[in-house]
Design a protein around this ligand. Structure first.
Ligand code: GLA
Length: 714
């Protein structure tokens, strides 16, 4: 709900209020963000102006005023939310209120980029237009709120209304001068094989922290999601604010703790390597930043974001649908396969109850290793004599779905397409373009390149009954020819994905980028699931899936059972542990199932049955993290149905410790007055007992032991 009361804007979500006001001088000031206020009086806002001093007084300074979109160089000397250079060469700006508009039943739409949609929900959007009269541009700040969510989705549109050219040096999507508090910053850093490791730091006065990435995609190293938690806030208690960027390119979340102890946080496109020239009449849109608030700790943020992402970001029929259980041949064969071998894997997988066979890298051109053929999307009939159509048919005849891997954004130098179009790659004049994993990136800012990729991928998708696509992207971006290139590339990528996903609405798309190097809300808008990491070791996955689930729904986290010793870190864990960890995610296999002995095969069969029984819950349940694998020797999590009719619980003890006296695990989200039966043991527990007293997991006397419960309300 959005209310305008004199010069005060009051935005309300389910449990939140966000208040702004325009002062006598036209500055748009931030007044409040947190738990819902009734808005009985706004006199306290005027009181604050008096404390700040009158505008006519030289005591006045924007430096101490919380603002909505702070400018550069006009009394506020903290980090600005934007910097625009006018024809006079100056970036000094003064933005004042011009007009506003409230639109009912609509979410903000952003040209060229994905964003939250209203989807029949009660959404309202407020557009506030500010103007820089000196340099001649307008800045529209858009805010979308939903009656049933605790989020504020923000984006910015800048329009040049002057006759001269202007240049945007930076433009964040959202800026927030936070209510004064002792905050801790929580962010997710990492690298290949260790994506989204959870980091938590205090924010001392004077620091400037840039949680950012300039590697091309949203990155393995720093995820475009951050939280500010009131000191000591944990999973279930305390105030927490978060920001999620709906964007897949270079990003930045800049935090500054000023000399008065005020915290400013801004999120958007990374200003590093960015600039955008606007001719007269042209507009520029920032991506969307979703701000979320919870007074119920980090878990409150997660459950809110999971619902928002599943219900109002992920598009298409798969968004809230149970996903097929797949087997992928990558770790089973790598490049070394024949059609016969693939069919043997598929056959055995079918016997185990698996529902889809996915053919990964190596099916096209002459690709028998990483060096060749990327970009030549024509089947290699030496390896697959029946072609993709024929293979898909054989797989379908086994009553399995068929899925296929692509890496559409890249080419190998040794490819027909590169030999034909050497000018199509991302490169800077005069410098030998850098290769990474023997690849060049294609220049997606070019219409002809986009057309080639779209047509080539669509031709394959139309040629066979392909029901799933794994969309990979395996290298960082180097050789950017000019500032702002990364953003134009990202817009080009969205154009391609938009066209392909709308032409094939029945295909389930899965994002991937050298594992989880592009796990972001922008990709999730088109592809409701993403391969979380190439590191499929169950123990490391406890951490990766734990921290990924803080920002993203578990129905988006692709989790496969793979062979041991694990191919990435050599660890040996039991098949049970690998399965138990993968259930809370999009469950699948990535191993040579033909090598399973009878006992293993029976266990896989049982796991597939278990995963099928759980997947409805995983598609839309509420997720609770119960034990933190980053700070303890344990990990526990739970998915509970919204109507409390069932819950799945996984508990893990990483290292075997003698006499450790297992800590009780207390469940959440159950019906205290009901009894629950555990499907696996038939034991009956009271909902109250499980939530208030908890239970002591029984671990085996070995490393990496897990226990699972599937509780059904009686
Ligand atoms: C990336 C992906 C893997 C696999 C390979 C194929 O590394 O993350 O899952 O698809 O590419 O080359």
């Amino acid at each position: 709900m959005i209310e305008k009361n004199e010069n005060v804007f009051h935005l309300r979500g389910k449990n939140i209020s966000y208040i702004m006001s325009v002062n006598e001088c036209g500055d748009l000031l931030h007044c409040y963000y947190g738990k819902k206020l009734r808005g009985k009086s706004y006199d306290w806002i005027k009181q604050r102006w008096i404390i700040w001093g009158g505008y006519a007084s030289d005591k006045w300074t924007l430096d101490i005023c919380p603002q909505e979109y702070p400018a550069y160089g006009y009394t506020d000397l903290r980090s600005p939310a934007y910097r625009i250079i006018g024809k006079n060469g100056s970036g000094v700006s003064r933005l004042t209120y011009k007009s506003h508009k409230i639109t009912e039943n609509a979410a903000s739409e952003i040209e060229g980029m994905p964003s939250l949609f209203a989807g029949g929900k009660n959404a309202q959007t407020l557009d506030i237009t500010l103007e820089d009269k000196n340099l001649g541009y307008e800045v529209v700040l858009s805010y979308t709120v939903f009656d049933e969510f605790d989020i504020i989705a923000r984006n910015v549109k800048i329009t040049n209304i002057s006759d001269a050219q202007i240049k945007i040096d930076s433009a964040y999507s959202a800026s927030a001068d936070m209510p004064k508090d002792d905050y801790e910053l929580i962010y997710f850093s990492g690298g290949w094989g260790k994506e989204r490791e959870m980091c938590r730091e205090s924010v001392p006065q004077g620091v400037k922290i840039d949680i950012s990435n300039a590697r091309g995609g949203s990155g393995h190293n720093m995820n475009p999601f951050v939280m500010l938690a009131s000191k000591g806030a944990d999973e279930n208690h305390g105030e927490v604010y978060s920001m999620t960027l709906v964007y897949s390119g270079n990003h930045s979340t800049m935090l500054e703790c000023d000399q008065y102890g005020g915290v400013r946080i801004m999120q958007g496109i990374n200003p590093f390597g960015f600039e955008w020239v606007l001719d007269s009449g042209e507009s520029f849109y920032t991506p969307q930043s979703i701000m979320c608030y919870s007074d119920k700790g980090i878990g409150g943020i997660s459950r809110e974001l999971h619902d928002v992402i599943r219900q109002n970001l992920c598009r298409g029929k798969w968004a809230d649908k149970e996903r097929p259980i797949l087997i992928n041949n990558w770790e089973a064969t790598y490049f070394d396969f024949t059609e016969e071998k693939l069919l043997r894997i598929a056959e055995k997988a079918k016997d185990a109850g698996i529902e889809m066979f996915v053919l990964d890298d190596g099916w096209f051109g002459k690709r028998n290793d990483e060096n060749t053929s990327l970009g030549d999307w024509v089947v290699n009939t030496d390896k697959i004599p029946s072609g993709i159509g024929g293979l898909a048919k054989k797989i379908n005849d086994m009553e399995l779905k068929f899925g296929l891997w692509f890496e559409p954004e890249a080419v190998n130098p040794d490819s027909d397409i590169y030999r034909l179009h050497p000018d199509w790659i991302v490169r800077t004049e005069g410098i030998e373009p850098a290769k990474s994993r023997h690849e060049y990136l294609l220049d997606l800012t070019r219409e002809d390149v986009r057309r080639y990729i779209t047509d080539a991928v669509c031709a394959v998708l139309s040629s066979a009954n392909i029901e799933y696509v794994k969309w990979d992207m395996n290298r960082p971006m180097t050789d950017m020819p000019y500032n702002g290139f990364n953003h134009r590339f990202t817009l080009g990528l969205y154009k391609i994905i938009e066209e392909i996903t709308s032409r094939f609405p029945n295909i389930l798309f899965e994002g991937c980028s050298g594992g989880g190097g592009r796990f972001d809300a922008g990709i999730l808008a088109y592809m409701p699931q993403i391969w979380a990491s190439d590191n499929s070791d169950a123990v490391k996955r406890l951490q990766i899936q734990y921290s990924t689930s803080i920002a993203y729904p578990i129905s988006s986290i692709s989790a496969h059972v793979t062979a041991v010793p694990n191919h990435q870190n050599g660890r040996v864990t039991s098949l049970k542990t690998r399965g138990d960890v993968a259930y809370c995610g999009v469950f699948g296999y990535e191993l040579d199932i033909t090598k399973a002995d009878d006992e293993e095969f029976e266990e896989i069969k049982a796991q597939v049955k278990t995963a099928k029984a759980l997947r409805r819950l995983m598609a839309d349940g509420d997720f609770y993290r119960l034990e933190n694998p980053y700070t303890t020797n344990y990990c526990a999590w739970e998915t509970a149905a919204k109507d409390k009719s069932e819950a799945f619980v996984m508990c893990a003890k990483v290292l075997s410790v003698i006499n450790s006296g297992e800590k009780r695990v207390r469940l959440m989200g159950l019906d205290a007055d009901a009894d629950y039966r555990d499907e696996y043991t038939n034991a009956v527990y009271g909902g109250d007992e499980l939530m208030y007293r908890g239970f002591e997991p029984t671990y085996e006397n070995r490393d990496f032991s897990t226990q699972i419960l599937h509780l059904i309300k009686m």
